[in-house]
Ligand binder design. Sequence first.
Ligand code: ADP
Ligand code: MG
Length: 273
Amino acid sequence: VAVQALPDDIRPAIELPTSDAPVTIEARNISKQFGGHTALHPTDLIVRRGEVVVILGPSGSGKSTLLRTLNWIEPADDGDIRIDGESLPWRFANGRRVRRGDAAINRTRQRIGMVFQHFGLFKTYTARENVALGLIKLKKMPRAEAFAKAEALLTRVGLSKQVGAFPVELSGGQRQRVAIARALSMDPVALLFDEPTSALDPETVNEVLNVMTTIAHEGVTMVVVTHEVGFARRIADRVVFMEAGRKLMDLPVARAFSAEAPERFRAFLRHID
Ligand code: ADP
Ligand code: MG
């Protein structure tokens, strides 16, 4: 997707909350290029404990790149990321930064859960097994305990009757709820969602948005990339707007959806309505 360059005179509208909740994710000056194309210009993102940050923006504006650098799926070219105050470790290889392949980085990355557009469940495993797998393999939890925890998590996302079902027996919305339960299983300090409802049939979108709303109200720290503007208005504490690899807006939700918001964001809203 070709992205138009922005005129230099566009000033971002940024006002971070003054809340004194501890900072869960602190990304400073992170940037990313792909083969000479800047997908993400140097960007800061601060997410406090319990906050829900929704990222909106046109396709190709760098939303996924920003999200993926936060848990180091995609190492940022520059900048720093701290999760609960702990820096994500990296090293240089051939002049580029790469993830350190050691236990420390894996532990840190496990503290951030991720939910993708495509659910990534194991087809030959039941819902319960899909959720329990990380607990058994990564957390070394005894099987019986892991299965009990998996069932409790599946109940939390409204799937108590589907614990023994295989992915093929579940609707898209149910599969995505299994993926959310799986992400929650690792007791993450935050969950990142990259367009979690974009691959779903319209009739199952709401069941996933409702589960996300429930866990947000339970206090789970979340960063959500979505095109569901109505959902963003209901759930977000803060709204970030990306365009052409830049964060053009980062405002408390009430101000983001007011006449004070930057014209480019208001034009975006008019365009997708
Ligand atoms: P969004 O999620 O907002 O649609 P992305 O973060 O996926 O945007 O992409 C931002 C820009 O970076 C786009 O121009 C896209 O083509 C490019 N890009 C993203 N990932 C890659 C990649 N792995 N390789 C090359 N270019 C990429
Ligand atoms: Mg994307």
